[in-house]
Design a protein around this ligand. Structure first.
Ligand code: GLC
Ligand code: CA
Length: 566
């Protein structure tokens, strides 16, 4: 009850919340059919709470033929029968709220499954009231400047439909016809969908493929003004009828276009930070955080009530769509040398696989996105360093069953291994014997234990970290990324060593404070006062958060103290 009241009290809760992305099908199977389900997620809420997660993002849970992992919806008002029922959904939300954990869903506005009755009726007759819900053409030549996104799978955004006697438009797979947002009934229906799920208790939505809703001849059909207007309308409904709920945009665009999704604090409260993401990996490979500073300069601060949604990985390929040709080549040189890793020009690998299973690197990258103003989105399994299976098609290799314990089904299901939704990771070093919750829980110093310590420190310091203020500390050519988070009454200095060896130096704090940090977590002190300056020393891939004037809140590689993992 206390947790619930707390939930209601914070309208901008999303600005300092650790989100956790849950692909329900791959998380935990409660009934032994080999497929993860909603009761399975409910049964793991204590695990998530203990990890320090403040909100879940459920990947699409709706009825679907699952040709695109549920992003091909065939009924917006129900739960896929293999995932559970609406009652299971209600129970999950209620149990999460009991624990102070919020839940957001996936709102897929751009398209539906071609199995959806709307499309089935639309294609059957030109006279159908649903015909104008989709985009049709006799030539398949319109909107030729709209790029093909799934370029390894689709040649064109138009596909001929024999039944309809016309081409229909689809920005993604041909099994996902785009809806026509110039048709008022489509917009009204989507608002109905929004009200349906928020009315059942969801705390918001991650909005899928936002930029593509509106098509206009002669443009690239991305981020057009009417797209912004539509989501401002969604937001207005949410603010008026469901105060305290939040919208997150998936908009993989240029920096200039991405920041527009905040609107004037009247559109998305959160926007996924696509421009920063590939730069974090490049900076790590180059041993220099310069490019991170550069992106932050042009993307901070954000408007009031808004927050960046930082992420390292998600259920898709690691997108390189917006980086330059030169950077793409460099990126592939560092992280995509196995040709099987490339899909649609991007990299389909998990965090731990990209970073060679190196725990200090995984922790430091996570600590970077936790230290920045905004919220961090973690991808399931990254907290235990789960690997991937490149032999699986498309993006399936990064969507394998969560590894709960050692064994042939990794504790994901009681079904025989061959009946699991996807096969378990078997690569040495990443198989459940090495990487799983139970195994890592039993190991002092494991990635999971250190992640928990890191998230605990984060959650204890949200008063400072929720500040909009962010001051980069210029260390010239140093491999150390430094920034200053001034909060009300206290400040945190964040330092991250991107070099492959130790790094030290001195810095002048950007604000006048008593430069005397005191360590509170176990670990070697990494900062000390030196007159009015601070001297730091960080080992390979070490980072520190120091609180001024009074105390250091976290240190170095978050070395676990006795029992710190639990
Ligand atoms: C988004 C989703 C991706 C999906 C696509 C089409 O990019 O993240 O998984 O395939 O939209 O819905
Ligand atoms: Ca199941």
């Amino acid at each position: 009850m206390a947790a619930l009241l707390n939930l209601l009290r914070k309208p901008d809760w999303y600005r300092t919340t650790v989100f956790y992305e849950v692909p329900v099908r791959s998380f935990f199977d409660s009934n032994g059919d080999g497929i993860g389900d909603l009761p399975g997620v409910t049964s793991k809420l204590d695990y998530l709470k203990e990890l320090g997660v403040g909100a879940l993002w459920l990947l699409p849970i709706y009825p679907s033929p699952w040709r695109d992992e549920g992003y091909d919806i065939s009924n917006h008002y129900a739960v896929h029968p293999l995932l559970g029922t609406l009652e299971d959904f209600d129970r999950l939300v209620a149990r999460a709220h009991d624990r102070g954990i919020r839940v957001i869903g996936d709102l897929v506005t751009n398209h539906v499954s071609m199995d959806h009755p709307w499309f089935q009726q639309a294609r059957a007759s030109r006279a159908s009231p649903y015909r104008p819900w989709f985009l049709w053409s006799d030539t398949g030549k319109e909107f030729s400047r709209a790029r093909v996104i799934f370029k390894d799978f689709e040649k064109s955004n138009w596909t001929w439909d024999e039944t309809a006697g016309q081409f229909y438009f689809h920005r993604f797979y041909e099994t996902q016809p785009d809806l026509n947002y110039d048709h008022p009934e489509v917009r009204a229906e989507m608002l109905k969908v929004v009200r349906f799920w928020l009315g059942r208790g969801l705390d918001g939505f991650r909005c899928d493929a936002v930029p593509y809703l509106i098509k206009r001849e002669g443009t690239n059909c991305q981020s057009l003004p009417e797209v912004h207007r539509f989501f401002q309308e969604v937001r207005a409904v949410m603010d008026a009828e469901f105060p305290g709920t939040a919208l997150v945009a998936e908009a993989n665009q240029t920096i200039a276009e991405t920041v527009q999704y905040f609107g004037a604090s009247n559109e998305f409260q959160m926007v996924m930070h696509f421009p920063l993401m590939p730069n974090l990996y490049l900076a790590l490979a180059e041993g220099s955080p310069q490019r991170i500073r550069h992106v932050l300069q042009s993307t901070l601060p954000v408007p009031r009530e808004c927050a960046w949604a930082y992420f390292l990985r998600n259920h898709d390929e690691l997108t390189l769509e917006q980086v330059s040709e030169d950077e793409r080549a460099r990126f592939r040189g560092f992280y995509g040398r196995d040709p099987r890793a490339i899909v649609n020009g991007s990299i389909r690998r998990r965090l731990a696989a990209l970073l060679g299973g190196d725990d200090p690197s995984i922790l430091m990258m996570t600590a970077v996105i936790l230290g920045l103003p905004g919220s961090a989105f973690l991808y399931y399994g990254d907290e235990i360093g789960m690997g991937d299976r490149l032999v699986l098609p498309d993006r399936d290799g990064v969507r394998t069953p969560m590894q709960w314990e050692d064994g042939p089904t990794a504790g994901f299901s009681t079904a025989p291994p061959e009946r699991l939704v996807r096969p378990i990771v078997t690569d040495p070093g990443f198989a459940p014997a090495a990487r799983s919750v139970a195994v890592e829980e039993a190991q002092p110093g494991s990635l999971l234990r250190r992640m928990r310590s890191l998230l605990r420190v984060y959650n204890e310091n949200t008063a400072v970290l929720s500040s909009y203020r962010f001051l980069p500390v210029d260390l010239g050519e140093s491999p150390v990324l430094a920034f200053w988070r001034p909060g009300p009454g206290e400040q945190i200095l964040c330092l991250y060593n991107f070099a492959t060896g130790p790094a030290s130096g001195t810095l002048t704090l950007p604000e006048a404070v008593d430069p005397t940090p005191i360590e509170v977590l176990a670990g070697e002190p990494s900062c000390e006062a030196l007159g009015s300056e601070v001297r730091f020393h960080l080992g390979r891939r070490e980072f520190s958060w120091s609180r001024f004037p009074a105390q250091i809140v976290s240190l170095g590689s978050v070395a676990p103290s006795a029992g710190a993992g639990r």
